[in-house]
Ligand binder design. Structure first.
Ligand SMILES: Cc1cc2nc3c(=O)[nH]c(=O)nc-3n(C[C@H](O)[C@H](O)[C@H](O)COP(=O)(O)OP(=O)(O)OC[C@H]3O[C@@H](n4cnc5c(N)ncnc54)[C@H](O)[C@@H]3O)c2cc1C
Ligand code: FES
Length: 275
């Protein structure tokens, strides 16, 4: 669905801490309902940039959940403060206003749209990348698509969103420091699941740090399992104009992640670049 042209002001209706992250809700009176995987370009109306200071441009943030509001709809965002833009979004208070452009980008396909043999979904999230999977899980649940969820965290300080966004469903957990679930990577859990008999009947959906996405892509490619990855790259405009978000395709051409993504099929990328 296309976003209204230009940016609009939305009021913050709720804020709370969520693990080491911050969750805030906006009241959107005009925008269409977002689809799972879509994102918004956000900038606070007040105190976004001082004279010559960063952040200057809005920041791309995935919609984590949505629901009806008295007028329009409620949009929930999960934020990890890692720099001037996300720190300012983490500091939002109820009643403040945010410039909103979106929903932007494409969205996840259903398992059967991805590959005809897949009846169910395996969602694999890591860190702040669990955000878009919350709306995807609910959307698949409403369509009676069998869905299993695997989430991984570095440590307790990077496990925000788990209780707030995945309270109502069973989740396989992994943490690198062992504070919860399997001690190790979430991709260990995925590898075990894909080694099971029913791997071929599932499609995998993933969002998280680049190294995790690359491990998911490689595991799925080895086992011939269809997968979609919600990827990130620095985005200046969010609607295809600046080419700042270009990532290479296997054939040497480039895609703009803001309009051709952020959700890409595993075979659309040669490798997810990571440090
Ligand atoms: C489609 C999309 C959805 C996103 N969803 C969320 C979300 O739900 N929650 C959330 O907290 N963050 C999300 N992000 C990441 C968020 O946009 C960046 O963290 C933010 O732009 C950083 O801005 P800053 O001013 O806080 O920090 P900056 O100082 O601008 O960046 C901090 C560091 O991160 C690097 N960086 C910044 N943005 C990116 C990027 N997109 N890809 C790779 N490296 C980057 C910079 O090079 C720098 O080293 C998403 C990004 C994209 C593209
Ligand atoms: S962010 Fe400008 S083209 Fe993608």
């Amino acid at each position: 669905m296309n976003a209204p042209f230009g940016r609009r002001r939305c009021e913050v209706s709720e804020v709370r801490d969520s693990g080491g992250y911050r969750l805030f809700s906006l009241l959107d009176r005009e925008g269409p309902e977002p689809l799972p995987g879509q994102f918004y370009m956000l900038a606070t109306v007040d105190r976004w940039a001082g004279q010559g200071e960063r952040p200057f441009l809005p920041r791309a943030i995935s919609v984590a959940e949505t629901g009806p509001a008295a007028t329009g709809s409620r949009l929930d965002f999960l934020i990890e403060g890692i720099g001037p833009g996300t720190d300012r979004l983490c500091g939002l208070q109820v009643g403040e206003e945010v410039w909103v452009n979106g929903p932007l980008g494409n969205s996840f396909l259903t398992p059967r749209e991805l590959t005809p043999g897949a009846a169910g979904a395996i969602l694999v999230g890591g860190g702040i990348g669990i955000a878009p999977l919350a709306l995807l899980r609910r959307s698949f649940g409403e369509r009676n698509i069998p869905t299993r969820v695997l989430l991984g965290f570095r440590d307790q300080a990077h496990s925000g969103g788990l209780d707030d966004l995945f309270r109502c469903c069973e989740v396989g957990l992994a943490s690198e420091d062992g504070h919860v679930g399997h001690r190790g990577y979430v991709t260990d859990l995925l590898a075990a699941m894909l080694a099971g008999d029913d791997a071929g009947s599932a499609a995998v959906y993933s969002c998280g740090p680049p190294a995790m996405l690359e491990a998911v892509r490689a595991l799925c490619a080895e086992r011939d399992v269809a997968c979609e990855l919600a990827m990130e790259s620095p985005m200046a405009c969010g609607y295809g104009a600046c080419f700042g978000c270009a990532v290479p395709r296997p054939d040497g051409t480039y895609m703009r992640l803001c309009v051709d993504g952020p959700v890409v099929r595993g075979e659309q990328v040669a490798e997810v670049a990571h440090a």
